[in-house]
Design a protein. Sequence first.
Length: 123
Amino acid sequence: MYKDIDFSLKKNEYKDAKLIEDVQSVKQSIRNILLTNKGELHYFPQFGSNIRMYLFEKVNPLTVLAIKDEVDFAIRNFEPRVTVIRTDVYEDEYNPNSIVIDLVYYIDTIKENVSQQLTLRLL
């Protein structure tokens, strides 16, 4: 149903850009939305999220709530194919310079629940 170019730039057997489909396409889209800073696309400055700015904040209940709101807002506004079911945000217990975002969402047209994890690391 959905097809996109795989941004990992892997090639298929014909040496063309590899395509991804359905769930993988939606996962890639959500990752791109969340990792694009607002204002980064000059022709569409409101696109994306500001979750990267929270990498420099101490993870506490207010920070977690702000990140959850930012994630939910970005997905709701820029990925119409899904409905967010749950967003969990927490500090990576093995790397205190990382924030982990666990998402569960429903892909409306495929009628499937999908889990996705995104880890943001302070370099």
